[in-house]
Ligand binder design. Structure first.
Ligand code: PLP
Length: 393
């Protein structure tokens, strides 16, 4: 299984757990326990029940007729936008909060940039009755007021990171610092397939429900359990891992990654890791990330807050190296147009992250018989201001 993590926590050359010594025992405990806990029948029963009754799964696999006509192929949208809280992130946060409870943890910490992961974490902490502290850059707190309000309504404490650029990187630093100081009673809930082993694999497993459903739903609708293409946007890579998971070892299924291209890979305003990233250690694992000559992470830029991360998870570094997926750097303008087009063609307002995946459709030529699944990772309510400003509506 080439695209599964190995015993040591690596995907080929990438991954691992590069962490300070104080965190090693706590991460080692997680490494030793996570699969056992996740596979316990009582855990699975509780997780599956919440996915059904709380999140609203299975999410529909919707045949987009007018979008299909435009591209002269068969386009299906996997409707993660219909999940409770508006995106796929909750598949993972529910799983991890149940796991944290089984490990006897009392407090959950998380970092957030735009606030989406913070909201998903605050939501499940309320559900589980656990204390929640979300670290967020002071600049982001100002820029993302609605999500800050949501987290507060849900009972979370939002702590401002006031160093450096006061954004996601500093929020991660503060969360790690807090974890180092309170390692035993605190669980660090990471929001994507990034960070030290076992997080990339654990988050991928929680998100794999997306492709498990796609298989089942395609069998019902098309009589086959494999699409020709799966397309997903990648910030850290969690929705893409979920959508690709069941197909990673199936070479007949072509995988397409849409990264935040920003103003273009030849400008310094981009988040297209696969084009300009170099190998190195970011947030506890070896992967590709955008860095300066000294190896410091560069600030990423994308119009989409969920995609402006300077790296991606180690699985994507391997997929890039092995040409397992085709990577496209989708420019802001292309994504925004593709998002507006979906509104007009299908009556669905997508998250700007998801609009990047939709824009990738234009970069390929499909056969009329091809089955193309686009993972619609989230809904666009959070992005309305951004869309209306952009289009001057
Ligand atoms: C957070 C987010 C993303 C990007 O994160 P991944 O871990 O790459 O999935 C994409 N889409 C939406 C709607 C998001 O909220």
């Amino acid at each position: 299984m080439k695209y599964q993590v190995n015993q040591a926590g690596f995907y080929g050359d990438f991954g691992g757990a590069f962490i300070p010594p104080t965190l090693q025992p706590i991460v080692a405990e997680l490494q030793a326990m996570y699969i056992e806990i996740m596979e316990e029948p009582t855990f699975q029963a509780e997780y599956q029940k919440l996915l059904a009754d709380y999140v609203g799964r299975p999410t529909p696999l919707y045949f987009a007729e007018r979008l299909s006509a435009l591209y002269n192929t068969k386009v299906y949208l996997k409707r993660e936008d219909l999940c409770h809280t508006g995106a796929h992130k909750i598949n993972n946060t529910i799983g991890q909060v149940l796991l944290a409870k089984r490990l006897g943890k009392k407090k959950i910490i998380a970092e957030t940039g735009a606030g989406q992961h913070g909201v998903a974490t605050a939501t499940v902490c309320a559900l589980a009755g656990l204390e929640c502290v979300v670290f967020m850059g002071a600049t982001d707190i100002e820029r993302q007021a609605p999500n800050v309000a949501r987290m507060k309504m849900l009972g979370a404490e939002v702590r401002a990171a006031k160093t450096g650029t006061q954004t996601l990187k500093e929020a991660v630093d503060e969360a790690l610092l807090y974890w180092i100081e309170n390692p035993t009673d605190t669980y660090y809930l990471i929001g994507s397939v990034v960070g030290p082993h076992p997080y990339p694999d654990m988050v991928g497993r929680f998100q794999s429900v997306i492709s498990k459903e796609i298989k089942q739903q395609l069998l019902e609708k098309e009589g086959v359990d494999k699409p020709n293409y799966v397309i997903a946007s990648v910030g850290g890579g969690s929705n893409a891992t979920g959508a690709f998971y069941e197909f990673l070892e199936e070479e007949s299924v072509k995988l397409i990654v849409a990264e935040g291209g920003g103003f273009g890979v030849d400008t310094n305003q981009t988040a297209a890791t696969s084009f300009i990233g170099k190998p190195g250690v970011l947030h506890g694992s070896k992967t590709l990330f955008m860095q300066d000559e000294t190896g410091e992470p560069l600030e990423a830029y994308s119009i989409s807050a969920g995609l402006d991360y300077p790296g991606f998870g180690p699985l994507f570094a391997l997929m890039k190296q092995e040409d397992r997926a085709e990577f496209f750097a989708i420019k802001d303008a292309e994504a925004m147009e593709a998002g507006l087009a979906l509104c007009k063609l299908e009556g669905i307002i997508p998250a700007i992250e998801s609009s990047h995946a939709l824009a990738a459709l234009q970069h390929k030529t499909f056969l009329p018989t091809d089955i193309v699944v686009v993972n619609l990772s989230g809904r666009g309510d959070k992005d309305l201001q951004n869309y209306t400003n952009y289009f001057q509506l």
